[in-house]
Design a protein around this ligand. Structure first.
Ligand SMILES: NC(=O)c1ccc[n+]([C@@H]2O[C@H](COP(=O)([O-])OP(=O)(O)OC[C@H]3O[C@@H](n4cnc5c(N)ncnc54)[C@H](O)[C@@H]3O)[C@@H](O)[C@H]2O)c1
Length: 299
């Protein structure tokens, strides 16, 4: 493994590219939008500077990491010669099925095709390719450079050899891989998303306020971050896409998305990435400030 292509340079793609490049791999970072690629490089630079400040890397490693990342808007150019492709495009079934069909035509037969999907069936994604044994889930956590877990998802046809390679590669990135089988939401989001959705229902029904709900879960359950802040961090559009996959996959109303979540996504209040969700975010603000529409009227 030498050359890695990362498709999608949003919240996850930039972190995945950063992590591979910092660990010595050449990375082709691909997106359909040039401005998103530019923003991704800025985010990676800012995050590397934070690591220097913390003393976890030095200036030389920052320079080497940035030098190893090349950006592309053309898929075929970007994935050419890649040993591994990690797809981190928008959480949309059709987008992913189309991408993997194209990748199967463009890439070398030995290239491992991994998806960072949070919930969509790896087996179904693999079914669009000529070599489904080479398709696997490599589910990184946000923020990728900091979070230790990689959920490695074996599709029905993923070979043991490919699984072994990805488990080993994850360890090379200083991560801890956990192997799981293919089912809607896998393990992480099957458990996390119903909790986030329930927290949104709790707010929607007026049981309590944004800060109160998050405080109960932080102090009462020792969660490092409350579920509403975490939803902002993940992106409310991503949360809605995942809960809809659970709803469809398990055919149970228990996964019906809260109307407040649906409305916030429609209004593009997606959390950190749009500057507003349950909390509001500005580049300068260090404190967590509840979004105006959720502030309680004072008596
Ligand atoms: N946000 C999270 O916390 C999180 C955590 C783990 C996994 N994931 C998963 O990672 C994937 C990406 O999520 P994200 O939060 O980074 O989304 P995002 O919306 O921040 O970024 C997605 C990027 O994909 C690009 N894109 C869309 N179609 C494309 C195509 N055909 N070719 C190239 N680029 C394309 C978009 O332009 C966008 O920049 C999703 O599958 C999501 O479920 C997200």
């Amino acid at each position: 493994m030498k050359k890695i292509a990362v498709i999608g340079s949003g919240t996850m793609g930039n972190g995945i590219a950063h992590t591979f490049a910092q660990n010595g791999f050449d990375v082709a970072l691909i997106d359909i939008k040039t401005d998103v690629l530019q923003r991704a490089l800025q985010t990676i630079t800012t995050n590397l500077d934070k690591q220097i400040k913390k003393g976890t890397i030095d200036e030389q490693l920052k320079t080497d990491t940035l030098t190893r990342i090349k950006t592309y808007t053309d898929l075929a150019n970007g994935v050419k010669d890649a040993d591994l492709v990690v797809e981190a495009a928008t959480e949309n079934r059709d987008t992913k099925l189309n991408l993997f069909k194209q990748l199967s035509d463009i890439c070398k037969p030995y290239t491992i095709l991994a998806s960072n999907t949070s919930s969509i069936s790896i087996t179904e994604i693999a079914s669009t390719t000529k070599n489904p044994g080479n398709v696997i889930g490599m589910h990184f956590m946000n923020p990728v450079p900091l979070m230790k877990l990689v959920e490695v998802i074996k599709g029905k046809q993923t070979t043991d050899k490919v699984t072994e390679v990805i488990m080993k590669l994850s360890r090379q990135l200083d991560k801890i891989p956990v192997e799981v089988n293919d089912a809607p939401g896998f393990v992480a989001n099957r458990i996390l998303m119903p909790m986030i959705n329930e927290a949104i229902y709790t707010l929607h029904e007026g049981v309590s306020g944004v800060e109160e709900i998050d405080t109960v879960m932080k102090l009462g359950m020792a969660h490092p971050m409350g579920p509403l802040q975490l939803a902002d961090f993940i992106g409310l559009d991503v949360c809605l896409a995942i809960i809809n996959v659970l709803l469809l996959g398990f055919n149970s109303d228990k996964y019906a998305p809260c109307p407040l979540l649906v409305n916030m996504v429609a209004a593009q209040n997606l959390g950190v990435k749009t500057g507003s969700g349950f909390y509001k975010y500005t580049p300068e603000s260090k404190d967590l400030i509840v979004a105006d529409r959720f502030k309680k009227a004072k008596n």
